[in-house]
Ligand binder design. Structure first.
Ligand SMILES: [Zn+2]
Ligand SMILES: [Zn+2]
Length: 418
């Protein structure tokens, strides 16, 4: 019964492939103009998503995994892609018959990510790699799909990670593949001991090659500048960490560790890439979900009101500040403008289910007094203040409620009375 079911299933799968062999571009979610980089990136994501080890309860994942591998193999090679674009699946079939050869999808996966192609508990794992990526405040505010580059160790493509120019690995003849050799050592005349030493012919690997691969010099791995795409979500925290599973240094000897990216806010650049719209916003300082801004007012503005300011925010929208005539602003006063801070980060971002909320913009007012006044103005102001001083009798010292004499002295007097 079980066998029959399996046979039926595979027949069904076969039928599916035979009938309308799926479009490889569609399988990878790309269009026909896709770049090599996009093809690679699509494979990277989908092969991990559908890896059977990750989907033990979904039998369809295996087929999808195989299909994704097929699509990648067909489109990642320039010649094969050309044939596919011109003649479709039929063309590729003919090419295979002529010796184009198809690869094991798990093989492909392991060549791509390093390791054995399977996720296995207890398998040796490489180190995680930490990368720091500077991001402008503008990108934290607006969100941005960006990318960064790092020097990644990859399995040498030229020799498929064998280290051999002919891609053939032999068992080391010196140690018979054991990686160690037993050496007789004479300690003293008549005293001989046997010592196990790492095989110097193969460096303990138990394998040897005839001719070193010229690309990696037999190292089996090469370091290459690798571009990784990074999605900055709106309101992401300064110092937020993004993990890329199994995308650290690759090696034929272990499963690649994780690439861990820390994004941090970089000093604002006033021109160029950081501020293409020349917004005031680059001068904002971020404090969690709030933004800080310093606004300078003249004495007249602080005292008399009747002023406006337009701040250009990080996405180019305008925030109005201002006071009507007669509205005083105290130096150092902090005004809270609600909803004009940073977007509050949410996993799903803006969608029908979730609307982005914003923190506050905190505006601190700095009042600047003139160093020197024009003498005419000074005279008039003086007279004006004199007039009102006399009329209202304002005495700041009296109003402050401070004692006239030093406080210590008063206590001394009290002592004498006792
Ligand atoms: Zn050896
Ligand atoms: Zn190589």
């Amino acid at each position: 019964m079980r066998v029959l079911k399996t046979v039926l299933l595979s027949l069904l799968t076969l039928a599916q492939f035979a009938l309308g062999a799926e479009d490889y571009y569609k399988v990878l979610g790309l269009d026909r103009q896709a770049s090599d980089k996009q093809i690679k990136s699509a494979y990277r994501q989908l092969s991990k998503k559908f890896h059977p080890d990750k989907n033990p309860n979904d039998p369809s994942a295996h087929d999808k995994f195989v299909l994704v591998s097929e699509a990648y193999e067909a489109l990642s090679d320039a010649e094969s892609r050309q044939i596919y674009d011109k003649y479709g699946h039929e063309g590729l079939k003919q090419r295979k018959q002529q010796g184009g050869g198809s690869h094991d999808p798990f093989d492909l996966f392991s060549r791509f990510f390093g390791g054995g192609g399977h996720y296995q508990p207890g398998q040796r794992r490489g180190h995680n790699v930490e990368v720091k990526v500077p991001i402008s405040l503008r990108d934290f505010y607006n969100g941005r799909a960006t990318e960064f580059q790092w020097n990644k160790q990859e399995i040498c493509e030229k020799c498929d990670g064998t280290g051999a120019a002919d891609r053939v690995v032999h068992t080391c003849p010196a140690c018979n593949g054991r990686g160690v050799r037993t050496v007789r050592q004479q300690l003293a005349p008549g005293m001989v001991t046997q010592v196990q030493m790492q095989c110097d012919a193969c460096g303990g690997r138990g394998k040897s090659i005839k001719h070193r691969c010229p690309a990696c010099n037999g190292e089996r791995v090469v370091r290459k500048a690798t571009v990784v795409s990074l999605n900055i979500q709106r309101g992401m925290a300064d110092g937020a960490r993004v993990a890329y599973e199994s995308e650290a240094d690759a090696s034929p000897d272990y499963v690649a560790g994780d690439l861990i990216v820390t994004v941090f806010e970089k000093e604002p650049g006033l021109e160029g890439e950081d501020n293409p719209d020349r917004v005031d916003g680059v001068f904002f300082r971020r404090r969690g979900d709030d933004l800080l801004w310093r606004e300078v007012l003249s004495l007249r503005e602080a005292l008399m009101g009747d002023w406006t300011r337009n701040l250009t925010h990080l996405d180019g929208h305008i925030v109005h500040l201002g006071r009507k005539r007669g509205q005083v602003v105290q130096p150092g006063h902090v005004e809270t403008v609600e909803g004009e801070g940073m977007p509050r980060w949410a996993e799903d971002g803006d969608s029908v289910y979730h609307k982005t909320e914003f923190g506050s913009l905190l505006v601190e007012y700095v009042v600047v007094l003139p160093d020197q006044m024009e003498s005419g103005m000074e005279k008039e102001l003086w007279q004006l203040f004199q007039k009102w001083r006399a009329k209202k009798g304002v005495d700041l010292h009296k109003d402050s409620g401070r004692p006239d004499k030093p406080v210590m002295q008063q206590q001394d007097e009290g002592h004498e009375e006792l």
